[in-house]
Design a protein around this ligand. Structure first.
Ligand SMILES: [Zn+2]
Length: 667
């Protein structure tokens, strides 16, 4: 038998460790404050004659959820109830006595202790003195240890678990303190594990103290019943509050996260699932408390609607939380809380929030009360007119040097391609700050020239912006560029047709302008063309560059050039263009074909004359092949796309030929 003063080690099994932590919480009266100092003597002391533990466990509702109604304490076949209680107490006392004196040479499945107990003889021995109990073989099942050998759990899926469960006396004993530390999370029992033992113990200790106080006051319902996720979030909030008041664990240890084992031990539905409360969620709660926002968060939790996606779920899953935002008569949370949530839980930059605040102020200035109220409405930015007003304000801010493309993308993070899209979240930020123009405060003024955000998507956009900008400013001059491009853009006059013209012209001299590049940039996943967002970002970059000069050109995106043409069409076109050049030379291809295509002096007819064979068996395509080529899979005509592809391929062919002849000239 081990010495009573030797520490009782934690095991790594969440059920056993939570039981030990509840026992340690009971031992606080005896001066125990650190779970690492827990000894067998402490366990003996808090167990005493066992009557208090039995009296609590028989009343606590969580006991049956934990140990089923077949357990010795609850088995209806054993009558009267006092017999059950005596039997239960006798076995617990025997288990405690056996800690360190186990005799079976099997490792404990929970803590790895080299020896375990044989439950059957231990029970026979313990129950010999209890009148009215049948002596029968007993095995460790779910009535002795949660989820022991339960069907549907991973324990049963593993080959080693086909053996009966082996457990040591300490593990079997400790779990009987579990009812003191139970809390429900979304209706399921929850036990916690944590990267920081100190933090974990403080949490379990708080739960145990609350359960003990409640049972003393006659409340035996499990904590968190009918509260969804709220019991756990409020518990964590009050834990941080207590820790900061007591100046304990003042800063959460780095990368602390909390694992929550959610389990059911009853009937056929016995099961368990692991949920992680990430570091960001814990940091947010801790920082909210530190910033004096405990009351506000608590109020938010208390007034959470039944249908609302729960706060706790949102901070676990790093989702935005609906009640942060203004809605009907609710003005949203305080800017301080909003900012903490956005930066810690959602990872937004402080600059994105500042940008939204700046833009909100710009949008509101000069508006009358009625217009302001309309702009602040919940559905305000579903309206295209309001969105384009915001975009105009953004362009003005960029022109004044107070904003730039990088800040824009911090506020409206780009979504994955193909196609250029940004999320809707930026509009929500803007809407929040429209309600908080005066009460939001930022520590430092926003820097419009601080380091740029880097991402492949941004480089792609910058590449096209730069190539088009150099070309157009070169051709039109700055003032021409302002009037023919920027002014028309601000009136929404330039669209995908204009952008295609730029592609067709630039393909003659630049890499990165094939059909595939067009698709990556201008077509969404479903194939639809969408250039609205791309054009707006080009506009921002161009205004910015006119203001501050443009940076070094980035290289073309690493997309593989592709023509989008059927293979037979592509090879026929290539042969035809080669023949054309052999006969008349590259310069004529440019002057007589590419330039005239751009001027729309020639079009699909020119290609059809060149590519369709006049007589059968001659080289070239048949009439049917040509007709099929002009329709999509559903038979709808796609003349515009086809002409664009043929023209774009020809322009790229010309550029390749030009490069080749230049290289020949050099060598
Ligand atoms: Zn063990």
């Amino acid at each position: 038998v081990s010495s009573g003063t030797a520490p009782v080690q934690l095991t790594g099994n969440p059920f056993v460790d939570t039981g030990l932590a509840a026992a340690a919480a009971l031992a606080e009266g005896a001066g125990l404050y650190d779970i690492h100092d827990l000894t067998l003597d402490h366990l003996r002391q808090v167990f005493g004659d066992g009557s208090e533990l039995v009296s609590r466990n028989k009343r606590l509702k969580s006991f049956t959820m934990l140990f089923t109604s077949n357990s010795l304490l609850k088995n209806p076949a054993i009558k009267p109830t006092v017999t059950r209680e005596k039997a239960y107490l006798a076995v617990l006392a025997k288990l405690l006595d056996s800690v360190g004196g186990e005799t079976v040479a099997e490792r404990c499945n929970s803590c790895g202790n080299p020896r375990t107990i044989d439950l059957s003889p231990l029970c026979s021995d313990a129950l010999a003195g209890v009148v009215g109990i049948k002596d029968q073989p007993r095995a460790v099942g779910r009535d002795w240890f949660p989820l022991a050998g339960s069907l549907g759990s991973d324990a049963q899926a593993l080959p080693s678990a086909t053996q009966p469960v082996s457990l040591c006396a300490k593990c079997l004993f400790a779990v009987h303190f579990l009812p003191l530390a139970m809390i429900l999370f979304e209706g399921r029992l929850a036990v916690f594990q944590c990267t920081s033992v100190e933090f974990w113990y403080e949490l379990v200790r708080d739960i145990a103290n609350e359960v003990i106080a409640r049972v003393q006051a006659g409340t035996v319902e499990t904590l968190g019943s009918k509260e969804g996720t709220r019991a756990v979030s409020r518990r964590l909030l009050s834990l941080f509050d207590r820790l900061q008041k007591q100046k304990k664990l003042m800063s959460l240890p780095p990368s602390t996260r909390l694992d929550v084992w959610l389990f059911t031990n009853s009937g056929a539905s016995a099961d368990c699932q692991l949920e992680t409360i990430p570091n960001t969620a814990l940091t947010f709660l801790s920082e909210a408390v530190r910033s004096g926002l405990t009351h506000e968060v608590d109020h938010l939790l208390q007034s959470e609607g039944r249908r609302e996606y729960p706060f706790m779920r949102c901070i676990i899953e790093a989702r935005d939380y609906g009640s942060l935002y203004p809605r009907q008569k609710w003005n949203g949370v305080s800017p301080k809380l909003f900012s903490l949530y956005q930066t810690i839980v959602l990872g937004r930059t402080p600059r994105a929030l500042q940008a939204a605040h700046l833009l909100a102020g710009k949008m509101e200035s000069g508006l009358g009360p009625g217009e302001r109220a309309r702009l602040r409405r919940e559905e305000s930015f579903q309206d295209r007119g309001n969105r384009s007003r915001a975009q105009q304000c953004l362009s003005d801010l960029v022109a004044q040097g107070n904003f730039n493309h990088s800040i824009y993308l911090e506020m409206f993070p780009p979504e994955d391609g193909p196609g250029v899209l940004v999320g809707y979240d930026g509009w929500n930020l803007l809407r929040f700050y429209l309600h908080h123009i005066d009460d939001a405060a930022f520590a430092t003024p926003m820097e419009a020239d601080s380091s740029d955000v880097q991402s492949a998507r941004i480089d792609e956009i910058r590449f096209y912006a730069a190539v088009i900008y150099e070309d157009l400013v070169g051709n039109l001059g700055v003032s021409g560029f302002r009037s023919a491009v920027l002014a028309r853009m601000s009136r929404g006059r330039l669209g995908s047709a204009w952008l295609r013209q730029q592609f067709l012209r630039l393909a003659e001299t630049n890499e990165g302008f094939s059909w595939n590049h067009w698709q990556q940039l201008c077509c969404l996943r479903d194939g639809r063309t969408f250039v609205g967002e791309l054009l707006f970002q080009l506009r921002l970059l161009w205004i910015q560059w006119l203001h501050v000069g443009h940076p070094q050109t980035v290289s073309a995106p690493p997309w593989v050039p592709a023509s989008g043409l059927p293979q037979a069409m592509e090879s026929t076109l290539r042969e035809e263009l080669q023949r054309y050049c052999e006969g008349r030379g590259l310069a004529r291809l440019h002057r007589d074909v590419l330039v005239r295509l751009r001027q729309r002096a020639i079009g699909l007819d020119w290609f059809s004359r060149r590519l369709v064979a006049e007589v059968a068996d001659a080289r070239g395509l048949t009439d049917t092949e040509w007709e099929d080529f002009l329709n999509d899979d559903e038979g709808s005509p796609i003349l515009g796309d086809r002409l664009f592809q043929l023209h774009l391929y020809s322009a790229n062919f010309y550029r390749a030929g030009l490069t080749e002849s230049q290289q020949e000239a050099v060598s």
